[in-house]
Design a protein around this ligand. Structure first.
Ligand code: BG6
Length: 487
């Protein structure tokens, strides 16, 4: 298997303490991601100490990890690579307490050598974050370490402030990595490359040329094993106040002075400071029919599994341009798009029946999948006599390049960054607290949840929310598939 240049990985051996090691995220993303990073040589050497409520021993945890990787990786698993990886896995149940955790970590660090760095990964729900920090403190593992905090970071403004305060009692800010995996997606970083490495689009990236923006992340997925987590969280806290707002930050920010942590955070935070508080009248909350009978869900639950909203950024670039956001579970399609609708030109010069404007405005669309795509739609003349117009598009698909195999999954990229101490793609305390502050009017007076059938696009009132515009999804014209290679 090809090895990567050590420049992209951490310099020192890594001791990873994974809290929530048998949870959903660990199973789906973290264990498969760590396996990929270790087996491809991104991490020089490491030990991974799993911690969770389950009473397992190291072998049972290795077995659990193998099943998780088999189920959730799309890459081939080579047996020899697995055997090497499995030898790095250790486990201690939460009930064994801080002393047992410290002893196991010390033993692993002795094997790894003197210059080992620690990565503490808190893959736990918001209400378990403070007890987890206490455990790490009692186990004396907080020095010489970086800590990754999973989202949602708190559940509202007050709890986020409290969590930041407790974190700062124990860790320096430069040890803390508040993760939002959408920022680790190749396609999200490509928004920055696309906007700022080209002269074509940035001059028209403002209210004079852009009519409205949609950030739309429907999912076909249901709750899986996450009933308890989801019931206490809901779609707004799980997706909007985190991922969708962070993507909005990249999409809307001013050019930073450098692609470095402080300048990027500063520009994103300026966007968040200019955003108007979320008005509950501009929000549609939905719940799929059947949610209330899921395991871990209250039979009278008011938790939303769907949310669509309009938000506004009151600054010189964006005043008056609505940003429509939508996400939800058990919807008709799984997609992750940003769609930018440009203002329409005057149409009267075209003859009647030409079809000008008939298929909506020109759009620039980003698909945020790991294999990202981009499309620019425009009107062009249909060949033949007269002047009939068709909607055409220019498309780019990462699949069509020979670099598709080099894409790192979002979590993989961000774990490496945190190991190397690079904060560029992580969120800040100020940004998160501001987003919670903007959300408080909605959290304090949420509109009622409206039911929607699984497999639909959400409650009917979503159309009023975007009127006189229309949701881009479902697409009228599907993305083109990968181009067959030329013989
Ligand atoms: C997670 C949410 O953060 O993001 C999940 O908790 C959601 O509910 C997931 O399904 C979506 O991420 P991705 O990378 O699959 O689009």
């Amino acid at each position: 298997m090809s090895k990567v240049s050590p420049a992209v990985g951490p310099k020192h051996p890594q001791l990873v303490v994974l809290l929530g090691a048998t949870g959903d995220l660990s199973q789906r993303k973290l264990l498969p991601g760590l396996f990929h990073l270790v087996s491809r040589g991104f991490i020089p050497s490491c030990r991974i100490v799993g911690v969770s409520l389950d009473l397992l021993d190291a072998d049972a945890f290795r077995e659990f990890a193998r099943r998780a990787v088999e189920q959730f990786t799309s890459r081939k698993i080579c047996d020899a690579a697995w055997t090497r990886f499995a030898a790095h896995l250790e486990y201690v149940p939460l009930s064994a307490g801080p002393v047992a955790l410290r002893q196991l970590v010390q033993q692993c660090e002795a094997d790894l050598g003197d210059v080992t760095k620690r990565l503490l990964y808190l893959s736990v729900p918001p209400n378990a974050a403070l007890p987890a920090i206490r455990l790490l403190q009692e186990a004396e593992l907080t020095t010489n370490s970086h800590i990754i905090m999973e989202k949602p970071f708190g559940v509202d403004l007050e709890s986020a402030i409290l969590l930041n305060r407790h974190l700062h009692d124990v860790f320096q800010e430069d040890q803390i990595f508040r993760i939002d995996h959408f920022l680790g997606k190749e396609a999200a970083q490509n928004i920055l490359a696309f906007r700022f490495a080209n002269g074509l689009f940035e001059p028209i990236w403002n209210r004079n040329f852009i009519d409205h923006v949609q950030i739309d992340v429907p999912e076909t997925l249901g709750l899986g094993r996450r009933g308890n987590f989801y019931e206490a969280t809901g779609a707004y806290r799980d997706m909007v106040v985190t991922h969708l707002f962070q993507i909005l930050g990249f999409m809307a920010m001013e050019p930073p002075t450098a692609l470095e942590p402080a300048p990027i955070s500063e520009e994103k935070n300026k966007v968040f400071r200019s955003m108007l508080p979320i008005d509950p009248r501009n929000v549609v909350r939905g719940q799929y029919i059947g949610y209330r009978t899921e395991e871990g869900v209250d039979p009278e639950s008011d938790t939303e599994t769907f949310v669509a909203l309009k938000c506004m950024i009151d600054n010189w670039r964006w005043a008056g341009v609505p940003f429509f956001l939508r996400t939800g579970k058990r919807l008709a399609e799984g997609q992750r798009i940003i769609s930018i609708a440009f203002r329409e030109p005057p149409k009267s010069m075209f003859p009647a029946g030409s079809g000008v404007g008939a298929q909506g405005p020109d759009h620039l669309t980003f698909d945020l999948a790991d294999a990202s795509k981009m499309s620019l739609s425009f009107y062009g003349k249909r060949p033949g006599p007269g002047m009939r117009l068709d909607k055409l598009s220019l498309q780019f698909a990462m699949h069509d390049t020979d670099r598709i195999g080099e894409v790192l999954e979002a979590y993989e990229r961000l774990i490496l960054d945190a190991m190397r101490g690079d904060h560029t793609l992580f969120t800040t305390a100020e940004g998160i607290e501001r987003l919670w502050a903007l959300s408080m009017p909605l959290l304090e007076a949420p509109p009622p949840v409206r039911l929607y059938p699984s497999g639909s696009w959400g409650p009917k009132s979503i159309h009023q929310l975007v009127a006189p515009h229309a949701w881009r999804l479902p697409f009228e014209r599907a993305w083109r598939g990968p181009t067959p290679s030329v013989m």
